[in-house]
Design a protein around this ligand. Structure first.
Ligand SMILES: C[S@@+](CC[C@H](N)C(=O)[O-])C[C@H]1O[C@@H](n2cnc3c(N)ncnc32)[C@H](O)[C@@H]1O
Length: 213
């Protein structure tokens, strides 16, 4: 696992310079989906896992009193730090498959935006998340839809040597439902998001809003 995560880290360090400027419908749609899902809720302590270049960080700060934003890639974090300067945010470089010493206080929102496809054992991550979540706290997940993953879509970017595909793990939509049930999380919302809102096509993004009892 360590070797795989090192490869993922190297790839994001390489991708960071162009991540924000690439044409990337998945990145953009997830940002819209997240705002739509969380717009009516405010939070004290938010944990943004896999914050990347901070696409969602500034917006989350409008809903939260304090935010810890975590990412594996130093270069992605550098971009996020340039973008978001606030006393309310604490950026941390860490691998979320390892210890969660970056959590200093119980959270009332944990977000995963386009991260879980890089995590093989999402069950272990759910256990850690539920452990640090306050009762009544929320978990938000925004992922490339499983159907897109079955069709071969995955995180990729262009390099002078050609297209670089990242290490990804397919998670079935039912896996998220099963994990929610296992951890006694209420499914507040499950939504599928379609390109141009065209429901005759296959969905691109799935989102879950889960709540700890
Ligand atoms: C597709 S990017 C998404 C970034 C941002 N959330 C967004 O929606 O634009 C995935 C991010 O997850 C991070 N990541 C991947 N594996 C990770 C791990 N094991 N621990 C922490 N971050 C990880 C990557 O470094 C990358 O920044």
């Amino acid at each position: 696992m360590e070797q795989q995560n090192n490869e993922i880290k190297d790839a994001y360090n390489d991708w960071a310079a162009q991540y924000d400027t690439n044409h990337n419908h998945t990145r953009d749609m997830e940002g819209i989906a997240m705002r739509c899902t969380l717009k009516d809720i405010t939070f004290n302590n938010c944990l943004e896992l896999g914050c990347g270049t901070g696409k969602n960080t500034a917006w989350l700060l409008t809903q939260a009193q304090h935010l810890t934003a975590v990412d594996l890639s130093e270069r992605m974090l550098e971009k996020a730090r340039e973008k978001v300067q606030s006393e309310k945010v604490n950026f941390v470089q860490a691998d979320i498959t390892q210890g969660w010493s970056f959590v200093k206080r119980p959270c009332d929102l944990i977000t995963f935006s386009l991260l879980l496809e890089h995590i093989e054992d999402i069950s272990a991550i759910f256990s850690k998340a539920v452990h640090v979540l306050k009762p009544g706290g929320y978990i938000y997940i925004g992922e490339l839809h499983s159907i897109k993953q079955y069709m071969g879509s995955k995180a990729r970017y262009e390099t002078p040597e050609g297209t670089k595909e990242l290490i990804c793990f397919t998670h079935h939509t039912s896996d998220f439902f099963k994990l929610a049930k296992l951890h006694q999380l209420d499914i507040v919302e499950f939504e599928e998001h379609f390109d141009n809102d065209d429901r005759k096509n296959i969905p691109r993004i799935l989102t879950f809003l889960l709540q700890k009892k």
